[in-house]
Design a protein around this ligand. Structure first.
Ligand code: HEC
Length: 116
């Protein structure tokens, strides 16, 4: 239990470090929108910091963003729509919380988890 806690804390630190590293080097095109930060703030509780569904997310029925089958099937429109509208009792809608530009900026973040 104690050891597992350390492991989880360590892997979280590694992932956070990687995300910080990559967002610093690659994702600076959309000027003032930090999409990786938006993702880490609003999405990771269910979809995981690295796109791998958390226990909470899986319990609610969320798919793994790192799954190539899911990536191949999901269209950009579906992803944008899902973030806007959510699913009742599963995922809250974000259209009131985030701007359309922010929602669009999250698309490459979600897609990015599929590219390994
Ligand atoms: C409270 C947990 C929760 C949060 C927070 C959350 N989601 Fe979801 N999300 C889900 C669940 C559950 C589903 C599956 C919904 C369904 O089956 O219709 C889902 C579905 C999705 C899907 C469609 C793929 C799939 O798994 O079915 C996308 C894309 C998505 N979420 C993106 C996001 C983004 C981006 C954010 C942050 C802005 C976010 N979600 C925040 C729970 C969450």
């Amino acid at each position: 239990m104690y050891k597992k806690g350390i492991f989880v804390a360590t892997s979280f630190a590694v992932v956070t470090g990687l995300v910080t590293f990559f967002s610093g080097t690659t994702a600076s095109k959309a000027a003032d929108i930090d999409a990786n930060k938006l993702y880490q703030t609003h999405c990771k509780t269910c979809h995981g910091a690295d796109g791998k569904t958390t226990e909470l997310g899986a319990g609610l029925g969320a798919r793994d963003f790192t799954d190539p089958n899911w990536q191949a099937k999901a269209t950009d429109e579906q992803i944008i729509k899902q973030i806007n509208d959510g699913t009742p009792e599963k995922m809250m809608p974000f259209k009131e919380k985030l701007s359309q530009d922010e929602i669009k900026a999250l698309l490459p973040v979600v897609r990015g988890f599929g590219k390994k």
